[in-house]
Design a protein around this ligand. Sequence first.
Ligand code: SF4
Ligand code: SF4
Length: 233
Amino acid sequence: MDKVQILRKISQIFFFIYFIFFTSFCLCFFGLIEKFILKGSFGSLVLKLVVIIVLTLLFGRVFCGWMCPFGFLMELSYKLRAKIYKLKKLPKVSEELHNKLIYFKYLVMILSLVLTYYLATYAFCKVCPIGFLTNLYGTVISLIILITFLIASFFLPMTFCRYFCPLGAFLSIFSIRPLFILKTNNNCVKCRLCEFKCPMQIKITENVNQKECIRCFECKSSCKKGGISFSIK
Ligand code: SF4
Ligand code: SF4
């Protein structure tokens, strides 16, 4: 494991403990948006939302790859399978299907916000998979979703992040063109080793979809040629 991955693991463990044991309201910022719809105010947590949006505008979806507790659990799930079966390539779905499914999370986001407004309740928080662990808004449905996606991620990495997460959809709006972008450089020999390790099924050697990239840097860590840059240009 290289230094970046060690740092990322420390960050993920820190935020997992923080979100599960030390947050008094919602653990994800989507809950804050629902709060705004319900109460007309973000309350004292607005600063956290601003920090995450600024981070996303600068670096892309680092929240997803470095802080999200559910993302952390799904990563453990797919890595467990990769370790057991000694996978050299992560499983994928067909490109055509993948390119359609990535838009489903936007529907989940819009539906959650509309339901929050019309039902006057925290629509997504009540089914949020990690809500069950935090004991804040979790329901039996949360638990079912948690288990379902942990199993799904065992077979297809980060299934929830890729296709269903409304927070991922929200953050991707701010990461269409972050200041720092991830892309291949002149050292790249197009061996595609990085693509085999990308849990978000991104075509790194063609064009890194910055909106979908969760900044896990698994690609950068797996490249032996120094073929990936993360920089302003
Ligand atoms: S692993 Fe490195 S050299 Fe191979 S395709 Fe990816 S960036 Fe290029
Ligand atoms: S492109 Fe690289 S940093 Fe982005 S999700 Fe894939 S492996 Fe992670």
